[in-house]
Design a binder for this molecule. Structure first.
Ligand SMILES: Cc1ncc(COP(=O)(O)O)c(C=O)c1O
Length: 439
């Protein structure tokens, strides 16, 4: 076990913090010094239970030695090699291991460094796929209100969260949004709501209005995560699949949060029984220990693009300096072993009913206006006070002070503990949230 770092007097001013209220934080910092298993520790060694797996990354719990040692060994063996025109064995091995967890047919894996890069990569793959098949007119994209697809320009255009879009101009042209699936009649429903499958008809409406033959891809998170856990209504994803098939549109699942056990199955695709054409992942692929994301494509998409390319030349003009970085691949392979040896995904599925019941027990806590849940993820939404998000932000700070870390979006607190959680951890999380709500 490590020790808390001493309090440092370094100025906080130079670092421009991402997605954070910089002025407020620097006046009143809430720092983390170390982590282990289910817990973070502050510089004065106060313990915080991690109720959101950091940012939905740390499925296997913090500071796994197997991962740290694999990365250390890798950096001493092959720290870096150009990923263009040169190969290193771990990238091929990790692609196979990831494909083993995916639904059948999704077996070609393109590595990137984040969820945002996975989103923009998938948009380009979709455009390329249609182009090589003589359908270059398919340039439109459909996504959904309340979606989060990262922060690169493609992902911002797809996004359906107003603050992530409003300051950045018009974004990409040709992106249309379906309605979200948060219906008032589905409040406090456990798991997939019964109502709302008909909202998939929004995609059909786009096809009628803009021409299905002009739409390249439809992007959805199988369960909207960052917005605050919106599980798909029963039948909704199946209907999207049907409409995509009828119109030759690629269905893309953004599983950056829902992948690797969070939904109680390998991916949301298996949890909800619908297979997309492209599936995006990141976060838990390395347990958050190294930056990495990936796009998994159906073999037919890979074959179409590679076979249409020149005999001796690049087929897909896309990639990053750090694509399939050796250290990330080493971390990813160690994580695949942990998933298997610790049966993490099976554990998540087994704990899910207890977790869901425990979180829903907060329904009678002061200010709670909705609870949504599926797998090992839930959101507790409180009534807005002092403008949207103000109360959620205050709660999130208060929870840090009382020993709990979680991600809040607006007035929703998102609970997604590491998949190693035991019932006692769930009780601790729910108890702390109840006390903070009461206060
Ligand atoms: C569904 C989804 N897509 C994409 C992203 C972006 O990932 P990153 O922050 O790694 O760029 C996120 C991040 O939370 C996400 O939840």
């Amino acid at each position: 076990m490590g020790h808390a770092e001493p309090q440092v007097s370094t100025s906080l001013q130079s670092f421009w913090m991402p997605f954070s209220p910089n002025k407020e934080f620097k006046a009143e910092p809430r720092m983390i010094a170390r982590a282990e298993g289910m817990y973070f520790y502050t510089p004065d060694d106060r313990k915080l239970i991690d109720a959101s797996s950091g940012l939905f990354c740390v499925a296997a719990g913090h500071c796994r030695k197997e991962i740290a040692e694999a990365v250390y060994r890798q950096l001493q063996t092959l720290d870096y090699t150009a990923p263009f025109l040169r190969g290193q064995s771990k990238s091929f091995e990790l692609a196979e291991r990831v494909a083993d967890l995916l639904p059948e047919g999704l077996n070609r894996v393109f590595f990137v460094n984040s969820g945002s890069e996975a989103v923009d990569t998938a948009m380009k793959m979709a455009l390329m796929y249609h182009r090589v098949r003589g359908q270059a007119q398919r340039q439109l994209f459909v996504s959904r209100d309340r979606a989060y697809h990262g922060v690169n320009m493609g992902g911002v255009a797809l996004a359906g969260m107003v603050n992530n879009r409003r300051a950045f101009g018009t974004g990409l042209p040709g992106v249309y949004h379906m309605r979200h699936t948060a219906l008032p009649q589905n409040k406090f429903v456990k798991g997939q709501p019964a109502e709302g499958a008909d909202l998939a008809e929004d995609l059909q409406r786009m096809c009628t209005l803009y021409g299905g033959e002009n739409i390249a891809a439809c992007f959805v998170e199988p369960t909207a995560g960052s917005f605050g856990c919106l599980p798909p209504p029963k039948g909704y994803l199946n209907r999207l699949r049907q409409i995509c098939d009828e119109h030759g549109i690629l269905l893309v699942f953004d599983e950056v949060i829902t992948g690797f056990g969070r939904m109680g199955a390998n991916f949301g695709a298996q949890a909800f029984g619908v297979t997309p054409d492209l599936l995006l992942m990141a976060k838990a692929i390395t347990n958050g220990s190294q930056p990495m994301g990936a796009v998994a494509a159906k073999q037919g998409i890979y074959d179409a693009i590679t076979e249409a390319g020149p005999k001796q030349g690049i087929e897909f003009f896309h990639g990053y300096t750090y694509s399939a970085h050796p250290a990330s691949c080493a971390a990813g392979l160690a994580m695949m072993d942990i998933f298997k040896n610790d049966q993490l995904i099976e554990r998540a599925a087994a704990l899910s009913p207890y977790f869901i019941d425990a979180v829903h027990s907060l329904a009678d806590a002061p200010g709670v206006v909705d609870i949504r849940s599926v797998g090992l993820m839930a959101a507790v939404e409180v009534a807005a006070v002092g403008g949207p998000g103000a109360r959620g932000h205050e709660l999130q700070k208060k929870l840090y002070d009382t020993g709990l870390h979680l991600k809040s979006t607006g007035d929703s607190m998102i609970i997604a503990p590491p998949l190693i959680a035991e019932k006692a951890h769930v009780d601790e999380i729910v108890g702390k949230i109840r006390s903070a709500l009461a206060a």
